[in-house]
Write a protein that binds this ligand. Structure first.
Ligand SMILES: [Zn+2]
Length: 317
């Protein structure tokens, strides 16, 4: 299973590494689909994944997934997937779709690129960053992003508002500019190649939330997307999705909320044993910081996952 986010034109890449890691060039996407075909891989929709894990048959399969619900998935990615007749899934975060949650990683990029020195006050202490070189901007981005990801449901929004207020920018501007509206999600969902999954409501770090808050994030998003699209939502992708954001409690909650599958961002390949771990499915992230022509064959071979997890094949918790 591949984990993608944005598809951007050749000159559309971010200058901040963390954001570039969720961007893929249109030409690279086309190359990936050509490569999938030339390798003889079965490109299957999410709905078929549980059955293929239960009863592996024939060729290796690949499943394309996108997180967050970016508008470029409709405008730039869909035409390429249509050209190849390959199915894909887009996991939508409902509060991003509604333009009421912040796409804070792009807001943060605007902050660190917008001035030479940035100061803000949070939790009683004053922080200051010199932003006059690319390395300092990267370091400040990484530090502030880590602080935001460590917050709970309410304090996350307070901190983002605090940062954006100090920089004099609107925290919601990026979400409204880059994320699909419900009308656009419906347009995308109208294509038979497309499955719409859930990516929670507010894109919070789930293990920082109480159990009730986390359940509300999962179930609220499922019900909202189902109401908006008039079809069942069976698949979930956890926000952030790494071991520092989700664990056994979230896997259990996803099952309890009725999702057939839930995907992490643990970087590993799928094996039949994952049929018993359908709410902790690993995905291979394709990052704009690497050449897909080198990266993809390595991901398929399992080399990267084997190195990361010491040869263990089934990566769950
Ligand atoms: Zn996400």
């Amino acid at each position: 299973m591949l984990c993608l986010h944005r598809v951007v034109p050749r000159d559309g890449f971010s200058s901040i590494a963390e954001n570039r890691s969720i961007e893929l060039g249109v030409a690279d996407l086309r190359w990936m689909l050509e490569w999938t075909r030339s390798r003889g891989l079965d490109a299957i929709p999410m709905d078929e994944v549980p059955a293929r894990l239960e009863k592996p048959r024939g060729r290796k399969f690949v499943c394309f997934t996108f997180d967050d619900g970016y508008r470029d998935n409709l405008r730039l990615a869909l035409p390429v997937f249509r050209e190849f007749g390959v199915p894909f899934t887009v996991h939508v975060a409902t509060r991003l779709t509604e333009g009421v949650a912040s796409l804070w990683w792009y807001a943060l990029e605007r902050i660190v690129k917008g001035c030479d020195r940035f100061e803000f006050e949070w939790a009683g202490s004053r922080k200051a960053y010199d932003l006059d070189t690319p390395a300092r901007r990267e370091a400040a981005f990484v530090e502030m992003a880590r602080l935001i990801r460590a917050q709970g449901r309410q304090t996350r929004d307070e901190l983002v508002a605090c940062l954006c207020g100090a920089a004099g920018i609107d925290p919601l501007e990026q979400a409204r500019g880059l994320v699909m509206t419900w009308d656009e999600v419906r347009e995308l969902a109208g294509d038979p190649l497309v499955t719409i999954g859930a990516h929670t409501a507010g894109h919070h770090t789930l293990n920082r939330l109480s159990e009730n808050e986390a359940r509300d994030e999962l179930l609220g998003a499922k019900r909202e997307i189902e109401a908006q699209l008039g079809r069942e939502v069976k698949h979930l992708a956890y926000p952030f999705g790494g071991a520092s954001a989700v664990g056994p409690r979230e896997f259990r909650l996803a099952a309890e909320c009725g999702f057939a599958t839930a995907a992490t961002t643990r970087c590993a390949n799928l094996f039949s044993a994952h049929a018993q771990h359908r709410h902790a499915l690993p995905r291979l992230t394709v990052s704009g910081n690497h050449d897909v022509r080198v990266l993809l064959p390595r991901l398929e071979s399992g080399l990267i996952a084997a190195r990361a997890f010491g040869g263990r094949r089934v990566i769950t918790a």
